[in-house]
Structure formats: C-alpha cells, structure tokens
Ligand binder design. Structure first.
Ligand SMILES: [Ca+2]
Ligand SMILES: [Ca+2]
Length: 116
C-alpha cells in the first residue's frame, strides 16, 4: 500500500495505525510501521509498504473487507491523502482498496476504505 499525501501534511509526530479487516470485521493484517518520527510532506508518495498477515484470508473472505487507517496525533493535525493498496492472494487473485480525499484528523481519527 502507498500513501499519497495531497495538500495537508502528516505531522512528524502523528502516528499511523493501518489494518485490514475481513467481511466479519476481524483484523487479518496490520502495518508494523507507525511513522511516529516521519513527516509526510505535501505531495509525498510514501510506500509501497507491506502489511503483515496475522490471520488467513482469501479472496472471498475479503469481500466487504476494509482497509482501516487511524491516526494518533500529538496536538492538532489533519492529514489529507489518497491511498492505493493491493491485496495479493496465494491463488493469484487480487483485491484493491483505493480511495481519494481521505482526511483523518485529531477530531475524526479513523477512516475506512472499502476493499473491492
Ligand atoms: Ca497536517
Ligand atoms: Ca503534532
């Protein structure tokens, strides 16, 4: 998955928690890196990053799944981004979670992107 910051940065001390849930809302994978020492500047492309799988998943179990991005800012921060991600399954199939104009902030920390 890749984070494309648009026109509002992610502060250097804003942590990012990224996970993928399946159709039962169970977390099946997480991104180990939280970027708590990294600014994502306007116009940056950060990635691609690979999530670690913690539970088995298949193309069918990921129907109606979600890519979940939650931030933990210190103080105020709004992060405006587009996200692109691909899930690769062992049988060669794929799913995607792509969305533009996400804007998590200290008031609304979590955004969910449907997996298609
Ligand atoms: Ca910002
Ligand atoms: Ca801050």
């Amino acid at each position: 998955m890749t984070f494309y910051t648009t026109y509002d940065n992610k502060d250097h001390d804003t942590k990012v928690f990224t996970s993928v849930t399946d159709h039962t809302n169970k977390t099946i994978g997480t991104l180990g890196e939280h970027f708590g020492d990294d600014e994502f500047e306007d116009g940056d492309a950060d990635g691609p990053y690979a999530l670690s799988l913690t539970e088995p998943a298949t193309w069918s179990s990921m129907r109606d799944g979600r890519l979940r991005i939650r931030i933990e800012p210190r103080g105020h921060d709004t992060w405006k981004l587009n996200v692109r991600s691909t899930l690769f399954f062992s049988d060669g199939t794929r799913r995607h979670a792509d969305q533009d104009n996400l804007a998590p902030s200290q008031r609304n920390r979590q955004v969910d992107v449907p997996i298609a």
